[in-house]
Design a binder for this molecule. Structure first.
Ligand SMILES: Nc1nc2c(ncn2[C@@H]2O[C@H](COP(=O)(O)OP(=O)(O)OP(=O)(O)O)[C@@H](O)[C@H]2O)c(=O)[nH]1
Ligand SMILES: [Mg+2]
Length: 260
C-alpha cells in the first residue's frame, strides 16, 4: 500500500522488480538511476556485498510528478533472485503497489522464469494479495542474446491475461524506461483510486490553502542528457527483521522532505 504523508504532501508508490536470479533486475534500476537528474531521484541503496548479486534488496527512490497537489515518489525495489532468498523476496513484496516481472529470455532459463513467477504468486498470497488484482508488467529481458524464448511462448506461459509486456536489453538501456513508464501508467490510477477514491477529501478548515489550479496526474521522469556515474549507498543489516524496518524508514525519510 502506498505511503502517504499529508503534512509534506508526498505519496510514495512501491514498485517491485521481481524475477529469477541474474535476469537483470538490478541492471534495470541502475539504468534508471543513471538516466535521471539528481533532482528527481534519491540515492541508490544497495546492501553491502562482495559480489554483484542482490542479497536483500536494492532501492531507488525517484520523483515522478503529481497527483492532485501531492508529489509522487516511486520506490523502485529489486528482490534477490537466487532461490534461497525466499524470505527476503517476501519482505520486499510487502505493500507493493505494482510489479515488474523481469524474465530472462535465454532458452535454458524457461523453467527458472516459470518457477520464479509461481513464487511471486505464492508470496503475494501470503500477504493476502491475489496477483491478478495488482498492476503487473512483464519485461522479457536480454533480447540482445541468441537462443531466445519466443515472445509468444512467454506470453502463453506467463501472461495469459495479455498484460503489457516489453522486450528489453537492460544492459544496453533498451526498454528500461518504457517498462517504468508502463508500470507507472498501470499503477498510478489504482493508487489514486485507493487513496483518494473518486474524489479527494476536502482538507480540514485550518489546513485550507489558497486554491491552486489542479495539476492532475502529471507523471514525468526528468531525464538528463549526460549520464551520471553511479554512487551507491551501501548498508549492512543485522537480521531479516531489520529489512522491513529499514524500508519503512527510508520511505519516510524520502517522502518526509518538504518541497523546494
Ligand atoms: N546480455 C545481457 N546481459 C544482461 C542484460 N541485463 C542484465 N545483464 C547481465 O546479467 C547479469 C545479472 O544482472 P543483474 O541485474 O545483476 O541481475 P539480477 O536480476 O539483479 O540478479 P540477482 O540480484 O541475483 O537476482 C549481469 O552480468 C548483467 O550485466 C541484458 O539485457 N543483456
Ligand atoms: Mg540484483
Amino acid at each position: 500500500m502506498a505511503f502517504i504523508n499529508y503534512t509534506t504532501k508526498n505519496l510514495a508508490i512501491k514498485i517491485v522488480y521481481y524475477g529469477p536470479g541474474l535476469s537483470g533486475k538490478t541492471t534495470n534500476i541502475r539504468h534508471v538511476y543513471k538516466m535521471l537528474d539528481s533532482s528527481s531521484r534519491g540515492d541508490l541503496i544497495c546492501l553491502e556485498t562482495d559480489t554483484e548479486r542482490t542479497l536483500f534488496f536494492d532501492l531507488l527512490p525517484i520523483k515522478a510528478g503529481q497527483i492532485s497537489d501531492f508529489e509522487i515518489h516511486f520506490q523502485l525495489m529489486t528482490v534477490p533472485g537466487q532461490v534461497f532468498y525466499e524470505a527476503s523476496r517476501k519482505s520486499v513484496l510487502k505493500g507493493a503497489d505494482g510489479i515488474v516481472f523481469v524474465a530472462d529470455s535465454q532458452v535454458p532459463l524457461l523453467d527458472a522464469n516459470l518457477e520464479s513467477f509461481d513464487g511471486l504468486r505464492k508470496n503475494m498470497l501470503q500477504h493476502n494479495v491475489d496477483l491478478n488484482s495488482i498492476p503487473l508488467v512483464f519485461q522479457y529481458n536480454k533480447r540482445d542474446l541468441d537462443n531466445l524464448i519466443p515472445v509468444e511462448t512467454f506470453n502463453n506461459l506467463l501472461n495469459p491475461r495479455k498484460l503489457p509486456y516489453i522486450e528489453s536489453s537492460a544492459i544496453n538501456g533498451v526498454g528500461v524506461v518504457e517498462t517504468l513508464k508502463e508500470i507507472s501508467k498501470q499503477t498510478v490510477p489504482v493508487v489514486k483510486e485507493k487513496i483518494f477514491g473518486g474524489k479527494r477529501e476536502e482538507p480540514k478548515k485550518e489546513e485550507k490553502k489558497e486554491e491552486k489550479p489542479a495539476r492532475d496526474e502529471e507523471i514525468e521522469f526528468v531525464t538528463r542528457d549526460k549520464i551520471s556515474p553511479i554512487q551507491f549507498v551501501k548498508m549492512k543489516f543485522k537480521s531479516q527483521e531489520d529489512i522491513e524496518k529499514e524500508i519503512e524508514k527510508l520511505t519516510r525519510e524520502f517522502t518526509g522532505k518538504s518541497k523546494h
